[in-house]
Design a protein around this ligand. Structure first.
Ligand code: SAH
Ligand code: SF4
Ligand code: F3S
Length: 489
């Protein structure tokens, strides 16, 4: 019998992690000598998706581990780090604007560190622009080398030279980094990194490299630890969680282990569901092309903790545009998947992402999108104006849609979505629903706020001791964007 060749597993070698631990200790002692009276302060801001937020939590964890206190006061800080996003032009412009505003802060004290990382930096032209036009930026690193932050800091602190590291196109999986969790009861858990789908509008496959899955045992160990520390809700993260663990051929994708004993996403969900103490499980994002019957059946009630909610980005309702986007499914297949989801779980909440004004989108294509939205009747939808991303195929398409047309369609789409949401609110009126109490309400500090299983935010009066618990709340006023209720005792 032919012996199976082991597939490469993408983990950073232990020697590298040991080296970083040494750097961390050296940074700590440098900071101790430079800040004899108070601890140094770091301000970290993350843009973009939850995957980037999860990276930001690791960055904060590393900074704390070397001696920084985290602060919200940017002007009072000794280190500012922007963890950037490249998904749309607008996201990038905001970062350039904010970096521009840091010039005076940096010049007031040159020992301060200004650092940039995240997806934007993985684009060569951006890194070049920072190098040339923003000479006061000290440190620039990409999405694949977060674990090397102690070394970068050491070099910044001790050499006074600028540090750029955008290496490692395929990325690494690093387990065991310190994490500063922003939430107490809710946590992000990345299960995979990268993307292999190359939708023609999207920059992510270029900034995040190929798909890599974490080993189930590492994910489960993290979830168990979170549960022990009081986490009630977890969000499993990946650009396409439905292809979790699948073996990809050749050198474009990697797997954690043999197919024979590997878990697929439905299998992983079943394992996560067994972890005691986790009361709610959500995941994102699901690519419709890979939404299997097995995964849909997970919503039939067999998994006690899986929230009856799914984010299923459609992007467009036109077959012609879906094809040009390289989404691989057509509207019929998408609607069939939605019908199957509702057959298995009639009350499931479905949300989506839609791009308006993809190159070549005609009025007819756009009307197909409106029609699909009306058929699916989404609980909510994130809508985006198509934004040209340099280096993606769609950026080169000749038939770009004029801005005015994009905006006009965008407004029409929003109106339809809001109308559906308003109608859907009726379902919530006077219903008693379990709500995970998250904390004081943002708009009225004397009220509490929480979320229903479907993801609706509800404000209600209650004692702060309820925070972190799942309680029954009667919805007394259901509206499109805000809901009010009364706890049921
Ligand atoms: N992996 C996820 C999406 C991640 S990006 C998926 O495939 O569903 C989040 C959303 O940003 C996408 O769903 C898409 O709607 C939007 N987006 C991505 N690239 C864009 C671009 N160039 N212009 C406008 N919106 C874009
Ligand atoms: Fe981008 Fe498509 Fe990958 Fe989502 S699946 S991250 S939209 S390339
Ligand atoms: Fe933005 Fe990168 Fe996420 S481009 S959306 S931060 S993967």
């Amino acid at each position: 019998m032919q012996e199976q060749t082991a597939l490469p597993r993408f983990s950073v070698p232990q020697e590298e992690l040991d080296k970083q631990a040494q750097y961390a200790a050296m940074v700590e002692s440098v900071l101790l000598s430079r800040f004899p009276v108070r601890r140094p302060r770091a301000f970290v801001h993350t843009y973009g998706c939850q995957g980037n937020v999860a990276d930001g939590e690791k960055i904060k964890g590393i900074l704390e581990s070397v001696g920084y206190d985290l602060t919200e006061e940017i002007d009072e800080s000794d280190l500012v780090l922007y963890n950037t996003c490249a998904i749309r032009e607008h996201a990038q412009d905001r970062v350039f604007g904010n970096v521009g505003k840091r010039k005076a802060w940096k010049e007031a004290d040159r020992s301060r560190i200004l650092a940039l990382c995240g997806c934007m930096m993985q684009q060569e032209y951006v890194a070049e622009k920072i190098k040339k036009s923003y000479p006061y930026v000290d440190l620039v690193f990409g999405t694949h080398v977060i674990h090397k932050l102690p070394e970068f800091l050491y070099r910044c602190l001790c050499s006074g030279k600028r540090v750029f590291d955008l290496s490692g196109g395929e990325g690494n999986i690093v387990e065991g980094l310190p994490v500063h969790r922003d939430g107490t009861f809710k946590a992000w858990v990345p299960i995979m990194y990268g993307c292999n789908n190359f939708c023609t509008y999207c920059i992510v496959p270029y900034t995040r490299g190929r798909e890599r899955s974490r080993r189930p045992e590492d994910i489960l160990a993290e979830v168990r630890e979170l549960a022990e520390n009081g986490t009630k809700e977890i969000m499993l993260l990946g650009q396409n969680v439905n292809s979790y663990g699948k073996i990809k051929a050749g050198n474009i994708g990697y797997c954690y282990k043999d197919e024979a004993d590997g878990l697929d996403f439905a299998g992983l969900l079943a394992e996560v569901d067994k972890v005691e103490g986790i009361e709610r499980i959500r995941f994102m994002t699901s690519h419709p092309k890979d939404l299997s019957d097995d995964l849909i059946e997970c919503f039939d009630g067999r998994l006690a903790h899986l929230c009856r909610q799914i984010h299923l980005p459609v992007q467009s309702g036109s077959d012609r545009i879906l094809k040009k986007m390289n989404r691989v499914y057509d509207r019929e297949r998408y609607l069939e998947r939605v019908a199957k989801l509702r057959e298995v779980c009639p009350e499931i909440a479905i949300t989506t992402d839609i791009i308006v004004g993809f190159p070549g989108e005609t009025e007819e294509d756009f009307e197909d999108t409106i029609d699909l939205v009306k058929r699916v009747r989404y609980d909510s939808a994130f809508t985006f104006l198509y934004s040209i991303r340099k280096g993606t195929p769609a950026a080169e398409y000749p038939d770009q849609v004029p801005e005015a047309v994009k905006h006009e369609r965008f407004d029409r789409l929003i109106e339809v979505i809001h109308g559906i949401q308003e109608e859907k609110s009726v379902w919530y009126q006077d219903r008693v629903l379990p709500v995970l109490v998250e904390g004081p309400s943002r708009t009225n500090k004397r009220m509490l706020t929480g979320r229903t299983e479907s993801g609706r935010v509800v404000d209600f009066p209650g004692d702060p001791s309820l925070i972190g618990r799942i309680i029954d709340v009667r919805i007394t006023k259901a509206q499109t964007f805000s809901n009010y209720g009364e706890p049921v005792v």
